[in-house]
Design a protein around this ligand. Structure first.
Ligand code: MF3
Ligand code: CO
Length: 257
C-alpha cells in the first residue's frame, strides 16, 4: 500500500527533511583532504541528536553508523571509519537519514575532495541533473516509471550507466515504504502518482559499466569494473502545485563544483 500524507504530515516531513539538508550542508563544508569518514559521521550524529532527532540508518538491519560515506568506486553504503582518510581528487558520496517527530527524511550528494578530474566533474553534474529531471516528473497522475525513465535517458546520453540493484523508495513513518522507485525503465508503467505521496528518489550512476558487487563487510557496494560512481538523493512530495523537495538545502552545497 502506498500511503498519501496530509498537509500537516508533509509539514512535519519537511522539518525532518530540512534537518537532513542542514546536516549535508554542514558535512559538505568539512569535506577536505585529511578528514576521515568517521569525523563526518560523528559530526552528523551530533547534529541530528542536538535537533532531537534520530539517525535513521544506525541499527537499520545492523548498519553501524549515522551516515553512509562512499568514496570513488564505492557506490553506496560505505561504512564510516577512522582509517578512511579523504585524499585530494577523491569523490565522496554522503547519504544521511533522520527521523524527527515520527517522520523520515533521506538525502544524499556527491562532491569532490579538492579539485575533481574532468570525468568526475561531469559524472557528478550529470547524476545531479538526472535527479532534477526525475523530480520534474513528480506530479499527480504521473507514473512511477516516468522517474526512472528520465534518469536513464539523461545518464545514458553521456555514456554513463544506471545502477540496477538499488532503487529509490517511498518514505514516511518508515525509511523504506512502498513503492520501489527504480532509476531506469520505460515511461508510463507502475503505480500512478497521487497528491501526498512521498518518494526518496536516488539515482546511482557509474562512469563505466552498471554492475556492482557488495564487499565482505556486507554493506559497501562498489562498481564491478572499479570505475567512479555518484549518488544524489532527495525526499520529494507529490503536490498539486508540483514537486516539493522536502530535503531541499537553503544554503547551496558544493560551491566548488
Ligand atoms: N539512502 C539509503 C537508502 O535509502 C540509505 C540506507 S543505508 C542503511 O536505502 F544503512 F540504512 F541501510
Ligand atoms: Co534512500
Amino acid at each position: 500500500m502506498i500511503v498519501c500524507r496530509s498537509a500537516v504530515e508533509l509539514e512535519q516531513m519537511r522539518e525532518a527533511g530540512r534537518l537532513v539538508g542542514e546536516v549535508l550542508t554542514e558535512l559538505a563544508a568539512h569535506v577536505a583532504p585529511g578528514v576521515t569518514t568517521a569525523d563526518l559521521d560523528a559530526m552528523a550524529e551530533a547534529r541530528i541528536m542536538k535537533a532531537g532527532a534520530t539517525p535513521a540508518f544506525k541499527g537499520y538491519h545492523g548498519y553501524p553508523a549515522t551516515i553512509c560515506a562512499s568514496i570513488n568506486d564505492e557506490v553506496i553504503h560505505g561504512i564510516p571509519s577512522g582509517r578512511r582518510v579523504l585524499n585530494e581528487g577523491d569523490v565522496i558520496s554522503i547519504d544521511v537519514g533522520a527521523a524527527l517527530g515520527g517522520y523520515f527524511g533521506d538525502s544524499a550528494l556527491t562532491l569532490p575532495v579538492g579539485g575533481a578530474s574532468e570525468q568526475a566533474a561531469t559524472l557528478l553534474r550529470v547524476t545531479e541533473e538526472s535527479l532534477y529531471k526525475a523530480i520534474e516528473c513528480v506530479r499527480p497522475g504521473g507514473r512511477i516509471s516516468d522517474i526512472g525513465h528520465a534518469i536513464q535517458q539523461h545518464v545514458e546520453a553521456y555514456g554513463f550507466s544506471v545502477v540496477r540493484e538499488f532503487v529509490g523508495h517511498g518514505i514516511g513513518q518508515k525509511m523504506h515504504e512502498e513503492p520501489q522507485v527504480p532509476n531506469y525503465g520505460e515511461r508510463g508503467r507502475g503505480p500512478r502518482l497521487a497528491e501526498g505521496m512521498v518518494l526518496a528518489i536516488e539515482p546511482m550512476v557509474n562512469a563505466g559499466k552498471a554492475s556492482v558487487k557488495v564487499l565482505a563487510d556486507g554493506w559497501t557496494a562498489v562498481t564491478a569494473d572499479g570505475g567512479l560512481s555518484a549518488h544524489f538523493e532527495h525526499t520529494v512530495a507529490v503536490t498539486a502545485n508540483g514537486p516539493w523537495i522536502l530535503t531541499a538545502r537553503e544554503v547551496p552545497v558544493g560551491a566548488r563544483r
